[in-house]
Ligand binder design. Structure first.
Ligand code: FAD
Ligand code: DLZ
Ligand code: SF4
Length: 507
């Protein structure tokens, strides 16, 4: 009796767990299905990327002698869901057993668990820390701080280690990595690839099936197989990594990538493996091509933040995405979907999100995320937005970043304080404020930057929760030192601004 081997759209690794246990008598099942392409209104570039990479991966498997039952989105018999496709293929091939690799989302783990077939979900071993490793690390800790987890991962992998000591004498070089936006960027952005026939076919399908989804399908330039993704990685290491650390937190209106890698979607779908990425970065440092602050900063994002986020998602369970510790309930304003706004930072971040299905970390955290938090927007809606609009968005990594790090909706599991700032931070780290309709220096009155009003209003609204937080005491001292009349003006103007936002007026 044939066995089915399920491979999902973000499991495109030749050594994925289910394949490791498969034999060439088994039937591999891959399916483009309605459920996966619509659980949020994904950016068209994201859908095209996943489907094109799936098709190329299936072709590679066939070339390697595997039998693959591949369902295209427009196949007339398409059952519309992963479980439906497994049932259809099981009947077709007389199979009763399915070997799968655990999906990166509770929704799909649950769907497989309830699929009326014998489905075994193997641990996804493409990560450095297994669920058990993370649980073990978290056990008994009052606070789950990333930095300590990261040091363990450094010791475990030996990456950037000199014996038992961190290379360069420090675990973390972040204090070197806060430089504001430079005038010129010597990196022209991630390597771009001309669509081949497979990609063209998928682009036509996506254009026809998802005409109303937010986001530009073209020009489409992503890598869609491992060979291309590796070229993109090498390009990044050679041309951008040396300055990655210095300008990691900087933002520029007319440069979408600065010195960022643009490889998260390749890592998250399996086209690249964390180990090859980190080893290549370490090698560049050993060869003297990149400074330690860049190599360490980059490796920390991958074996630190990326693994830690996954650990939190699986440790916290399916309820995590429903967190709303600050009881925020405002609807996500239309400006997140490209509606008009006078805030140049928001307009630029959304504009590039629409164009590229990409924004770098500080844009996500300190512009769109910061605004949603200080404006009191429902974190569930914020979560759905991030899950939809970025090509790298899969729930295991998106949810802890959004619900936890960005919106403080988990009540402080990930962050010890909320990532909020006034316009001052954005002004310091970017060139957005020059040319904005608002004045970043104005704290109240006509033309006052909304981030200034909403930042203090947020602190005031959540005083009970945050005033005793030692990391926020300074902010409250500053607020308390302001004239009472000024504080009242801030609160009133913030309320008026939020009313305008709720009314659908341009803010
Ligand atoms: P670089 O800045 O060049 O960093 C290198 C790599 O490090 C990335 O490719 C990524 O794999 C990893 N990395 C860096 N920061 C993080 C982080 N905080 N969490 C996990 N991995 C990290 N990342 C996703 O992969 N998917 C998401 O859906 C996602 N949603 C986010 C939502 C919010 C609100 C925020 C604040 C961050 C989110 N991130 C997400 C993290 C981060 O913004 C992206 O990983 C990064 O912007 C990807 O671009 P890059 O490859 O150019 O990254
Ligand atoms: C994101 C995505 C999309 C858009 N389409 C498919 C698909 O048609 N078939 C598939 O197997 N996977 C797809 N994916 C990826 C899944 O949504 C992903 O595997 C789950 O969210 C778990 O991380
Ligand atoms: Fe953004 Fe305020 Fe600067 Fe305008 S002035 S770009 S709204 S931070």
């Amino acid at each position: 009796m044939k066995r089915l081997i399920l491979i999902l759209g973000d499991q495109l690794s030749p050594d994925i767990a289910a394949l490791q246990q498969a034999t060439k008598d088994d039937m591999i099942v891959m399916a483009e299905v309605g459920d996966e392409t619509t659980y949020v209104a994904h950016h068209p570039k994201k859908i095209a990327f996943v489907l094109a990479a799936m098709r190329k991966f299936a072709a590679r498997l066939r070339d390697d002698g595997w039998q693959v039952a591949y369902t295209r989105l427009d196949d007339p018999d398409n059952a519309g869901s992963i479980c439906g496709e497994l049932l259809r293929r099981a009947e077709e091939h007389g199979a009763q057993e399915v070997l799968a690799t655990e999906p990166g989302e509770w929704r799909l783990i649950d769907a497989l668990a309830h699929c009326p077939l014998k489905v075994t979900q193997l641990p996804d071993d493409r990560f450095l820390a297994s669920h058990e490793d993370f649980e073990h690390w978290a056990e008994g800790r009052k606070q789950l701080r990333m930095e300590y987890f990261y040091r363990d991962m450094r010791r475990r992998t030996g990456l950037l280690m000199e014996g038992d000591e961190p290379a360069g004498g420090q675990w973390n070089f972040d204090h070197d990595n806060r430089k504001p936006a430079p005038k010129d960027i010597a990196f022209s952005g991630p390597m771009q690839f001309t669509p081949d026939d497979t990609v063209h076919e998928v682009l036509d399908l996506v254009a026809q099936r998802f005409p109303d989804n937010f986001g530009d399908l073209n020009p489409f330039w992503f890598a869609t197989d491992t060979t291309q993704a590796r070229r993109a990685l090498t390009h990044f290491i050679t041309h951008a990594l040396p300055r990655f650390g210095d300008f990691q937190d900087a933002m520029l209106a007319d440069n979408r990538f600065l010195y960022h890698a643009g490889i998260s979607m390749y890592l998250n779908t399996g086209l690249l493996h964390w180990r090859e990425v980190c080893e290549a970065v370490q090698q560049a440092w050993r060869d003297g091509q990149v400074p330690i602050n860049a190599a360490e900063g980059f490796i920390r994002q991958i074996i630190g933040w990326r693994e830690y986020m996954r650990g939190i998602y699986f440790l916290q369970g399916p309820e995590y995405t429903q967190g709303n510790a600050l009881n925020h309930s405002r609807d996500l304003p239309a400006l997140y979907w490209g509606g008009k706004t006078r805030m140049r930072c928001m307009a630029k971040a959304v504009e590039q999100t629409r164009a590229e299905a990409y924004a770098h970390h500080i844009q996500r955290l300190m512009v769109t995320g910061n605004f949603a938090l200080i404006a009191g927007i429902d974190p569930g809606q914020v979560h759905d937005w991030y899950l939809a609009v970025y090509a790298d968005a899969f729930e295991w990594v998106e949810a802890p970043n959004t619900i936890g790090m960005s919106q403080f909706a988990d009540g402080g599991i990930i962050g010890s304080k909320p990532y909020v700032s006034s316009g001052n931070y954005i002004s310091k780290m970017s060139d957005y404020c020059k040319g904005c309709a608002y004045d970043v220096k104005a704290r109240t009155g006509e033309g006052a930057c909304p981030f200034n009003l909403l930042y203090w209003d947020f602190l005031n609204r959540h005083r009970d929760r945050f005033a005793r937080n030692p990391r926020m005491a300074n902010m409250y001292r500053t607020w308390d030192r302001m004239e009472e009349s000024h504080r009242k003006t801030v609160i009133n103007e913030a309320a008026a601004l939020l009313d305008r936002l709720d009314d659908g007026q341009v803010v």
